[in-house]
Design a protein around this ligand. Structure first.
Ligand SMILES: Cc1ncc(C[n+]2csc(CCOP(=O)(O)OP(=O)(O)O)c2C)c(N)n1
Length: 658
């Protein structure tokens, strides 16, 4: 192996060596502990350390790094106390996730490290968000993110590279090409010669670097990072290396030809660099012994601390409390002056006022800038707030949801407009796995509002009419808001943006231009978890949200002679269970109207909740009315038959007669 240290001093070179040695010695110790059953699963980075260590040494300490499962060297080079790493791996409280997640699945803002989620690819898009924040905050910082060559086959990789290139974000995309993805060799993973070639297609610079040569990694990344700080742009790096142990320790390497192992063993990054330093007279045998002894003693002391630490004592309250970031809701009332405006105008006004109030709030979405969004909600925003804050995006929902997560890590609020709520399925993974779980896992909030134009009755067929809130009310960590009136929509949107947790804000398209109301012109907020009792009556409780509230009111107004409590839920997560109980105790009969198809919808949960909490007050079984168990169809007669609205009146009459 050829080393070209240029004008690096002996001190720097020895520093690099010590940094390289540390993860190797920790790993060797971990392998022993693993065999003794003292730690759980282990993903080895032996043979690949030069990449993690070299890249980390080349970056400034305040620059974010997003490592993967073989990058112990990132954590050690950033100087994380080993006892905390060991506690993390043992699932103890002194780790970074309080036992909630394992191995390298954690981040720490103190050390500017954002660890992976198991799904690999989402890291790449999150790095974009962090890099975007550094541009917006004029910080001249580079963000480095890692992936294996296997992970480059995921859509997230392609979306992230495209977004980074279109937005010229200073991200170092580091591919560690170690020959195998679990057991899959590279020729079953991709067909191009080198993965670095992918960069051309994204209009991006790329380099191939010998990943086993720590000097090559360190010097090339240092130079690139320096240039990227001055002239922000993404760069793709392919580090050629090899995975010397099994995918994880238990799985072995039987499928790897011995000669490959031998070839790469000869290129060991630690042994070769050590030999180089010895040859140059920069490292004596006694230095070597002393360094090792020092690191091993540090390992032993910290391991002892971790072993001494008692196991986590579970507490339900603490687990539940940490799902969401606590925050103080500020009730802001608006002066009386109001105007009669449409639902769509209320949302637009609310969003505009939030942009004025939060000077760094960033909006992202397809066609939201010059075009004003397909529903014209952001019309004129570009002129008022500028292109940095009102961002058209390529068509890549995952990549943008991930970027929003990255912005939040860097302390910037954002709101993403789904062009149609249906398309969130293309951004589902980062939403339910990254944003929803991040606060619970390592205390990192996802300060993101995703606006969801949804709903049927508009003749738009199966992919532009769904109301898919049930996909998210199921997922701890997300909040779900679903207003039915302009006044509520405006105030709840303001709160959604103030709330540091990830909020899905459903906007029924059918209400946009049909529902009007007097709405205060000034900024105001409305609390989450408070339903509205919009009609009062003794006969029955009607529970609904979104367009279904208007369906229920239409039918009740149809000379039915039924006096109903009508509860508009307004937010589904949190749910106002108190309002439900109070009304059920009063009327004794409940009907829940839901626009979504029945099975697995929130009506079922509300029904179960009522049965469990106030069964003795019921005079009839709780009735659920929902749409058919089919996708939502296009042709009006089919759509009308599908939707719950036309079945509500009959069900209501039956319930009253019970
Ligand atoms: C979305 C997803 N699919 C599959 C897996 C299972 N899995 C975990 S790591 C891995 C191989 C990853 O290969 P590569 O990206 O090359 O990284 P390496 O492990 O070689 O460092 C697989 C298939 C996963 N974690 N996530």
């Amino acid at each position: 192996m050829h080393y070209h240290p240029g004008n690096m001093s002996t001190e720097e070179l020895v520093g690099l060596y010590k940094a390289l040695l540390k993860p190797r010695l920790i790993e060797e110790k971990m392998l022993i502990l693993l065999r003794q059953g003292k730690i759980s699963k282990w993903f080895s980075g032996i043979g690949q350390e030069a990449i993690a260590v070299g890249v980390t040494m080349a970056l400034h300490p305040e620059e974010y790094i997003l490592p993967m499962h073989r990058n112990l060297g990132v954590f050690t080079t950033r100087g994380i106390p080993l006892s905390r790493l060991f506690s993390q791996w043992q699932g103890k409280a002194n780790g970074f996730t309080r036992g909630r997640d394992r191995s390298f699945h954690f981040g720490t803002r103190d050390y500017k490290i954002v660890g992976m989620i198991s799904h690999l690819g989402p890291q790449l898009g999150v790095a974009n968000g962090i890099a975007l924040a550094s541009l917006l905050q004029q910080k001249q910082e580079v963000t480095a993110v890692f992936t294996g060559e296997g992970g480059t086959s995921e859509g997230d990789f392609h979306e992230a590279l495209n977004v980074a290139s279109v937005w010229q974000l200073p991200v170092l995309f580091c591919i560690e090409n170690n020959g195998y993805g679990l057991s899959t060799p590279t020729d079953e993973q991709y067909r191009c010669e080198d993965l670095a070639d992918r960069a051309v297609g994204y209009g991006m610079e790329s380099h191939i670097i010998d990943g086993n040569n720590v000097i090559a990694v360190y010097t090339q990344v240092s130079q690139l990072a320096e240039r990227m700080r001055k002239q922000p742009r993404p760069v793709l790096l392919e580090f050629k290396t090899f995975r010397m142990r099994g995918h994880e320790e238990a799985s072995g390497t039987k499928y790897v030809p011995q000669e490959l192992m031998d070839t790469w063993a000869a290129k060991d990054p630690v042994i070769n660099f050590q030999a180089f330093l010895r040859e140059k007279g920069m490292l004596t045998e006694s230095d070597e012994v002393a360094f090792k002894a020092q690191i091993l003693s540090e390992i032993d002391t910290h391991l002892e601390q971790a072993f001494q630490e008692p196991p986590i004592v579970p507490a339900v309250d603490r687990e539940l409390r940490d799902v969401y970031k606590p925050w103080d809701y500020e009730a802001i009332e608006a002066p009386k002056a109001s105007a009669n405006i449409r639902f769509v105008d209320a949302i637009s006004q609310g969003l505009r006022q939030s942009m004025e109030r939060h000077s760094d709030l960033v909006l992202m979405g397809q066609d939201i800038a010059e075009y004003g969004g397909v529903f014209k909600i952001t019309e004129g925003f570009l002129e008022q707030f500028g292109k940095d804050r009102v961002r058209n995006t390529p068509i890549c929902e995952s990549g943008i949801v991930e970027a929003a997560m990255g912005l939040s890590i860097a302390g910037i609020k954002s709101s993403v407009e789904m062009q149609f709520a249906d398309f969130i399925s293309s951004g589902f993974n980062p939403l339910v796995n990254y944003l929803a779980k991040s606060h619970y896992r390592w205390g990192q909030e996802a300060d993101v509002v995703i606006r969801m134009p949804c709903g049927g009755g508009v003749g738009a067929g199966p992919f532009h009419s769904q109301t898919n809130e049930a996909w998210f009310t199921k997922t701890p960590g997300l909040k779900v808001v679903y207003p039915a009136f302009p006044y509520d929509a405006k105030g709840l949107l303001a709160t959604a943006i103030n709330d540091p947790n990830p909020v899905l804000f459903f906007e029924h398209k059918g209400l946009y231009r049909t529902i009007r109301q007097e709405v205060p012109e000034a900024y105001y907020t409305l609390p989450f978890g408070k339903a509205a009792l919009i009609r009062e009556g003794m006969d029955v409780t009607v529970i609904a949200y979104g367009a279904a509230v208007h369906w229920a009111l239409d039918i009740l107004d149809n000379n039915l002679d039924i006096l109903a409590d009508v509860i508009d839920l307004r937010t589904l997560q949190p749910l106002d269970t108190e309002a439900i109980i109070t009304s059920v105790k009063k009327t004794g009969k409940v009907i829940i109207l839901q626009e979504d198809s029945l099975f697995g919808g929130i009506a079922s949960d509300i029904s179960a909740f009522i049965m469990e909490s106030c069964f003795e007050y019921l005079d009839a079984p709780v009735k659920r009315v929902a749409s058919l168990e089919t996708p939502i169809p296009f042709a009006s007669p089919l759509e009308a038959q599908y939707l719950a609205k036309d079945r509500f009146e009959e069900a209501l009459k039956q319930l009253i007669k019970y």
